[in-house]
Design a protein around this ligand. Structure first.
Ligand SMILES: [Zn+2]
Length: 450
């Protein structure tokens, strides 16, 4: 058996040096070790800064329903992490090397996938990224894997492979999912194991075996977080209808539950998108999907902060099943009257940009007001419907505009900084033919794309 490639670095990169040519004798005794500390609920997040330079690190572009919204290196690292989860991740599929499924930890531990980061972050920001260069036989290392967070770096001189097959090429070709699984073991509080087959052994064989944690690794994560409790909240399914998500499972508390979502767009601080103070009958929770939540995993946190109060991670595709989508949608048809017009836009609403809207067809009127706001409403007004909550302090009322052929488009303000957050717009004009002297256009819902 050929052992190769030190992947150390549990404490600091300098500790990883100088051992690259040592071969370990496989042992069968208990081998795991712990490094002290554990990750509280506030540190369960992980993100990937996808700066991997090898084409092979991002050449798996086949979507997988159990890892919605992401491919390539991000998906590979996500898979490597969920192997430590308390139970199967969703239906457990996604890795042909593990026919019994992904998710073998059996402890009160589950991580929170938070999508992509936009930089390498600091040593406690819980981000995976590539690092330029090499260091003897070191593949990767984990910095400061203690209770206030960690950072994982992968040396660029190796040829990183994102799978998802069961073999990688020889030589310097390295399976990213395997190494991510090992390094995340450090992040959650494990040192190296003296058990040869363990994923947490200081050396891994070339190939994909380290993707699957062994009984020694499972015993290690149980030693840190406790064996999975019978009272741990558990997700067994989700259903989405419009902007509502219903989570089914067991051990949800009567009050004070939280549903955690993956952030929709890259960046952020790693903290999950949370809906809080949710009630439950014990087996079902319904929540409104936040506008800044995207495809990824959801988790339920019951009314507490112990390791056993956070559920397994359940893959949920908010983009593919009726969740938030981006674009511009016309709402309604406006009020009647000779001056009724249309408000529209041909722009693609990108995050952080302004949107031009055009009002046409207001025959007989030369001016009106543009109403914009952040909250939709269905308010009976003047015989029609206004789509703005004009009682909302965030709404801006009464932007004067010029109507008619050739009138310049109106620029709406830049989006408020979050993908999938909607803005709403509607035009009103004075119209003596209407009962109270005003007519209103259709509304526009403008949802910004990441
Ligand atoms: Zn290591």
């Amino acid at each position: 058996m050929q052992l190769k490639n030190l992947i150390l670095g549990a404490l600091a990169p300098t500790l990883a040096l100088g051992l690259g040519t040592t071969l370990l004798t496989p042992e069968v005794s208990i081998g795991y070790s712990t490094i002290g500390g554990s990750l509280s609920h506030t540190q369960r997040d992980f993100r990937i800064y996808n700066n991997f330079t090898d084409a092979a690190a991002n050449n798996n572009q086949t979507p997988d329903a159990q890892f919605p919204g992401y491919q390539g290196a991000v998906m590979a690292i996500w898979k490597g992490t969920v192997e430590w989860g308390s139970e199967l991740h969703g239906d457990g599929t996604g890795d042909p090397h593990q026919p019994t499924g992904l998710g073998s930890g059996g402890a009160n531990f589950d991580a929170s996938f938070q999508g992509e980061a936009t930089g390498t972050g600091g040593t406690n920001n819980n981000i995976h990224s590539e690092l330029s260069g090499s260091s003897a036989g070191v593949l990767a290392y984990t910095e400061t894997p203690i209770s206030d967070g960690w950072r994982i770096r992968y040396y660029s001189d190796w040829n990183w492979q994102d799978g998802p097959g069961t073999s990688v090429g020889g030589g310097s070709n390295i399976d990213l999912q395997s190494v991510a699984c090992h390094e995340y073991g450090h992040a959650l509080g494990l040192g190296h194991s003296t058990s040869g087959p363990a994923t947490m052994a200081a050396f891994i064989q070339s190939g994909v075996n380290a993707r699957s944690i062994e009984s020694d690794d499972s015993n290690g994560v149980k030693a840190v977080y406790g064996t999975k409790s019978g009272s741990k909240p558990r997700i067994t399914g989700v259903a989405i209808s419009g902007n509502q998500i219903t989570v089914t499972g067991s051990n949800f508390d009567a009050t004070g539950n939280q549903v955690w979502f993956t952030q929709a767009s890259a960046g952020g601080n790693g903290q999950p998108i949370k809906v809080t103070n949710l009630t439950s009958n014990g087996t079902s929770i319904t929540a409104t999907i936040p506008g800044n939540a995207g495809p990824g995993d959801i988790q339920v946190r019951s009314n507490g902060t112990a390791h056993s109060d956070l559920s397994n991670a359940w893959p949920t595709d908010l983009n593919g099943t009726g969740g938030p989508t981006c674009g511009i949608t016309q709402l309604g048809v406006g009020t009647g009257g000779a001056n009724i017009g249309t408000l529209d836009s041909s722009d693609n609403p990108q995050l952080g940009t302004t949107i031009n809207v055009v009002a046409t067809g207001f025959n007989g009127s030369s001016s009106g007001i543009l109403i914009i706001g952040l909250s939709p409403a269905t308010v009976p007004l003047l015989g029609g419907t206004i789509f703005l909550d004009y009682t909302n302090p965030a709404a801006t009322l009464g932007i004067n505009l010029t109507l008619g052929v050739g009138a310049a488009p109106i620029s709406l303000p830049a989006s408020p900084g979050l993908a999938y957050v909607s803005g709403y717009a509607q035009v009103g004009t004075q119209d003596a033919s209407q009962p109270q002297g005003w007519a209103f256009s259709n509304g526009l819902q403008i949802t910004f794309c990441p």
